[in-house]
Design a binder for this molecule. Structure first.
Ligand code: PAF
Length: 278
């Protein structure tokens, strides 16, 4: 497995593959890999000949009050996982490689229609940071395809939008959320849960499933379903940010039956997000 830290070295290595018409897939990550990331890598391997995983803790997607410095960095363990999966190349740039001037004064990519709603409302500037770094990684690596998880549903839509609107020749694939046996979505943030919070945490997914079942049974008062879910989550000890039934392509008010049910809620020190599409 190649491990490269500079854009020059990476481009040199990938130029050979591109010339040989080898199909390249990218799985962008911030490291601290878990089973969910490994599922992304496996999907990428099923779709392409050569798989690049990037590990970069992106400072511009951390918003005021979030702890960039203390974000878990587990590089050696991550590399072990990737080696076992036979990943071809790991790109591990430092901050200056990605933001050569200054993280504050840099060209930015914004997807305005998705930037300030739902997670964007509670994490202002987060999606601008994600869109900017993903666009940079796309330009640096120039993959044929890129793979993202469906757990970060709004992020997935942001990326699909930027690829479409900036005419990038990259196909975006998504992988269903990887779950623990009790339904909790696997996430790096789950480690912030205490033992008793860990028992409560699957109730977020359960609340989403219950709403999906009600809709499938014909319930159409979405506002009432949202309100009831928020209050039952509060009763269980969550501090919900939003619980919303929306159009799965735009995140606007639903116009047909293509729905996503999305929720974000704090439980203790962990901010949990989850969703399902119908
Ligand atoms: O989902 C993530 O881990 C990050 O937001 C991403 C896509 C790697 C961009 O930094």
């Amino acid at each position: 497995m190649e491990q490269l830290k500079t854009i020059n070295a990476l481009r040199e290595c990938l130029a050979v593959k591109t010339k040989a018409e080898i199909k390249i897939a990218l799985v962008p990550t911030m490291g601290n890999l878990h089973k969910g990331h490994l599922a992304l890598v496996k999907k990428a391997q099923s779709l392409a000949d050569y798989v690049v995983v990037s590990i970069f803790v992106n400072p511009t997607q951390f918003v005021v009050g979030e702890d960039f410095e203390n974000y878990p960095r587990t590089l050696e363990r991550d590399l072990d996982y990737l080696r076992h999966l036979n990943v071809d190349l790991v790109f591990i740039p430092n901050i200056l490689e990605i933001y050569p001037d200054n993280v504050q004064i840099t060209t930015e990519v914004i997807v305005p229609e998705l930037d300030a709603i739902y997670c964007g409302e509670y994490r202002p500037g987060h999606f601008k940071g994600v869109a900017t770094v993903v666009c940079k990684l796309f330009n640096i690596i120039q993959p044929d395809i890129a793979v993202f998880g469906e757990k970060d549903y709004q992020q997935l839509l942001v990326i699909r939008s930027l690829v479409k609107n900036l005419n990038l020749p990259i196909r975006i694939y998504s992988v269903p959320t990887f779950r623990e046996t009790d339904g909790l979505a696997v996430s790096s943030r789950n480690k912030y849960l205490s033992l008793s919070e860990r028992q409560t945490a699957p109730l977020l997914f359960k609340a989403i499933i219950d709403v999906a079942d009600s809709i499938k049974r014909g319930e159409s008062d979405y506002e009432n379903l949202e309100k009831n879910s928020i209050s039952s989550l509060m009763t269980a000890g969550f501090r919900p940010e939003y619980f919303s039934i929306c159009d799965s392509r735009t995140l606007k008010k639903p116009v047909n039956q293509e729905l996503v049910i999305m929720a974000s809620a704090w439980l203790g020190k962990a901010r949990l997000i989850d969703n399902i599409t119908l």
